[in-house]
Design a binder for this molecule. Structure first.
Ligand code: PMP
Length: 352
């Protein structure tokens, strides 16, 4: 017997997360290596005593804390169970079957998967030869069926960023009612170079169609608790609230996120160490002959083409888990000096 499940899902792969291999160093999911701050662990423990109750569905306290920190109003903020859910929900609130979602490619796998799951049509636009989002080509790909654009900045998995002027020009060129999602999951690691600096929240005030996505999973180190947020026009936030899966941001997660915002200085200081390491790792990999684009995230992209799978498979034998994209490249998280040294030693061996 075949159950009445949508036949088109037969052709849709499930999201494939980075592997965890017991005893190996995991550099596959852009996580931070350090655990949460003691104050955050205390907040989680406190919240644990009341898990017999449903969480605050509207995440009132967390929403208020975010609004205050970011200088926006509470009706411009929507919290979600990871920013991945907010990506999915943005598609749900903008697209009807057959509508189009434009994004750069290669980029975050959720964009095409969630688009197809929503009966919409993915429109992937190849990155430039430098692995950067091609905003000109993306603007040209916008049609009267386009309902949503994702700009992943820095881009996962290449780590590259767009120029600020190009972003502004893109926003001026596309229809002002077309929702543009600026996915800044790695925002806290950005140290913009000349021409790359922009203020997403200021852009958002200028362009009502812009929605900014950020997360507590990366620099804030709460990947296991699933909290992300969107900052957008109240119209869009109202729509996102309608498709929000009730109670999907747990009370533990909300408490941990609030405590993490309070420990912001310490957490953000940790990003400086990763930034220094990524400079070192990038330089050494290039010295070894790898093609590595400039990255503004907590990972590097090794443009290995057909050697990508081989690199990842042999890395596992050396107890290192990296993220291969077959036939294209490998993404490796930049973490602590010791873990990065293990990666560099393997990378040297691989070319040797
Ligand atoms: N956007 C990008 C670009 C990402 O890389 C990720 C995580 N891999 C997410 C969104 C989702 O992050 P989370 O759901 O953990 O907030």
């Amino acid at each position: 017997m075949t159950l009445r499940i949508r036949p088109d899902l037969d052709h849709l792969p499930a999201y494939a997360p980075g592997k965890t291999v017991p005893g190996a160093i995991k550099l596959a999911s852009n996580e931070v290596t350090e655990g949460p701050l003691p104050s955050v662990i205390d907040a989680i423990a406190d919240a644990a005593t009341s898990v017999n109750r449903y969480p605050d569905n509207a995440a009132v306290e967390l929403t208020a804390a975010l609004a205050k920190k970011l200088g926006v109003t509470e009706d411009e903020v929507q919290v979600g169970c990871g920013s991945v859910i907010l990506c999915q929900n943005l598609i749900l609130v903008t697209c009807e079957p057959g509508d189009e979602v434009v994004f750069g490619w290669r980029s975050f796998e959720t964009y095409p998967l969630a688009t197809r799951a929503a009966h919409a049509t993915p429109v992937p636009v190849p990155l430039t030869g430098d692995h950067v989002y091609d905003l000109d080509a993306m603007a040209a790909a916008v049609t009267d069926r386009t309902r949503l654009v994702f700009i992943c900045n820095p881009n996962n998995p290449t780590g590259t960023v767009v120029d600020a002027d190009d972003l502004r020009a893109f926003l001026r060129r596309v229809p002002s009612d077309l929702v543009v999602a600026l996915d800044e999951a790695y925002f806290e690691y950005m140290r913009p170079g000349p021409g790359q600096a922009y203020d997403a929240l200021e852009l958002r005030r200028e362009f009502a169609n812009l929605v900014v996505l950020r997360t507590f999973s990366k620099a804030y180190g709460l990947a296991g608790l699933r909290v992300g947020y969107a900052i957008g026009d109240p119209q869009l936030v109202t729509a996102l609230r309608k498709v929000h899966v009730p109670f999907s941001v747990t009370s533990l997660s909300q408490s941990a996120a609030i405590a993490s915002l309070a420990g912001d200085d310490e957490l953000l200081a940790r990003t400086d160490a990763v930034v220094a390491e990524r400079t070192r790792v990038t330089a050494r990999l290039r010295e070894l002959g790898y093609r590595v684009p400039d990255t503004q995230a907590n990972f590097v992209w090794l443009d290995l083409g057909e050697a990508a799978l081989d690199f990842a498979t042999r890395a596992i034998a050396d107890k290192l888990v990296v993220r291969p994209f077959a036939g294209d490249g490998v993404r490796v998280t930049v973490t602590t000096t010791a873990e990065n040294d293990a990666l560099l030693a393997f990378a040297e061996k691989f070319v040797g």
